[in-house]
Design a protein around this ligand. Structure first.
Ligand SMILES: Cc1ncc(COP(=O)(O)O)c(C=O)c1O
Length: 387
């Protein structure tokens, strides 16, 4: 730290020069991330109200009201206008809150949670903090969790089951209604991680696609994660945790008495938390509306199919499975995908590497010309690697 501070102009100049060479969304080079360029309105709303703290909601009751409205809008998208919850820091916090609620509701001692092998690592993190045992269950040929295997793994220590609506690696949607039946038969908590799919599946359904039940429409679903900072176009941080009802949300609520705004209730992991995030999400839902999100989702899906189709044509490469969401998994029988990822990174493509495939996420910042440039490099590298 400097003894005498630097002038603002100098600090800004240094930031500009030091950050200039990082990846940008606008370049189209970030082609393996679930994040995107925030919508201009969300940036504006966020900047205008950056000082709002929802940890001390007594000071900002109007923001707290906007959060309730936001949760109601998201709940309505997920077939439950009565859902209760919060805008949190992301999918990790949302999934942690869900497992915390499940553990608190249960009277069991050695709690176990059944999760798909395809689950995001946030469940491992949460389990480590909460002292839960994670039981991972394998996938069927469609990369969904094997429902019969889930049924078999339920035992007297099981407290919760997790299903995923939009897996991290391939964007697959688990059979939530079947998991809901297992949860109901065994009086278990069912959490759905729709961190990624939550801002896509409702709009595909609205556009007349055959979308399987993935949300509160299945009666056993107790909570859903839905992240505005992924396909919702909101600035980071903005995750969402929705509980089926207020009673479930209250499971993780604490009263905090010392605050300037008076005694308040906090039901998030963070104490002090961004009101600006809530304001940004509220603004986007109001501004884009269903039609706006439908247009964004439709465009991403069209580009996804183009990419998938053309990857199939490249000698030595194939797609892992037909895309369900705007994610394409690229695999190869002939050569190591780690080598392929390395070569793509040398050419400045920020792709995401999984054990046996490369993940491409066609987010809203990806344009047709980016996909074409990517395909041309991919073809070139595959030719080289294929010898
Ligand atoms: C399905 C799923 N759940 C949860 C998360 C964690 O979200 P975050 O990184 O916002 O904590 C991710 C991240 O990509 C994800 O894909």
């Amino acid at each position: 730290m400097e003894n005498e501070g630097l002038p603002q102009k100098l600090v800004l100049e240094e930031l500009d020069s030091r950050l200039r060479n990082d990846f940008t969304y606008g370049s189209g080079r970030i082609i393996g991330s679930m994040c995107t360029c925030p919508h201009p309105l969300a940036r504006k709303a966020y900047a205008l109200f950056i000082d709002r703290n929802l940890g001390d909601s007594g000071l900002f009751p109007a923001v707290a009201k906007l959060e309730k409205e936001t949760v109601r809008m998201l709940g309505t998208l997920l077939s439950n206008p009565k859902a209760s919850g919060h805008i949190v820091t992301g999918g990790t916090e949302a999934n942690t809150l869900a497992l915390w609620a499940a553990r608190k509701l249960s009277k069991k001692k050695n709690c176990e949670v059944i999760v798909p092998a395809s689950a995001h690592c946030s469940f491992d993190k949460a389990a480590d903090q909460l002292g839960l045992k994670i039981v991972k269950v394998g996938l069927n040929t469609r990369f969904q969790v094997d429902v019969e295997a889930v049924r078999k793994r339920v035992n007297s220590n099981t407290v919760a089951i997790v299903g995923i609506a939009g897996t991290t690696g391939l964007g697959i949607v688990d059979q939530i209604s079947e998991l809901s039946e297992i949860a109901a038969e065994n009086s278990l908590y069912l959490h759905v991680d729709a961190a990624f799919g939550g801002f896509i599946l409702p709009f595909l359904r609205e556009m007349g696609w055959k979308v399987p039940d993935f949300d509160f429409s299945s009666p056993g679903v107790c909570s859903v994660t839905i992240d505005p900072h992924k396909m919702g176009l909101a600035p980071i941080p903005a995750g969402g945790i929705l509980f089926r009802n207020e009673k479930l949300r209250k499971t993780v609520a604490w009263n905090v008495s010392y605050l300037a705004g008076g005694e308040t209730e906090q039901a998030t992991l963070a104490g002090t938390r961004s009101g600006a995030s809530v304001i940004a999400v509220w603004s986007l839902l109001k501004h884009l509306g269903k039609e706006g999100y439908k247009r964004i989702v439709a465009r991403c899906m069209r580009l996804t199919w183009k990419l998938a189709e053309e990857v199939r044509e490249i000698k030595g490469l194939d797609i892992v499975t037909e895309p369900t969401l705007n994610i394409v998994g690229i695999k190869s029988e002939g050569f190591d995908v780690r080598q392929l990822a390395k070569e793509l990174r040398v050419r400045n493509w920020a792709v995401s590497l999984f054990p046996s495939h490369i993940r491409i996420v066609v987010m809203p910042h990806i344009q047709k010309q980016h996909v074409e440039r990517f395909l041309s490099d991919l073809k070139d590298i595959a030719n080289k690697l294929g010898g």
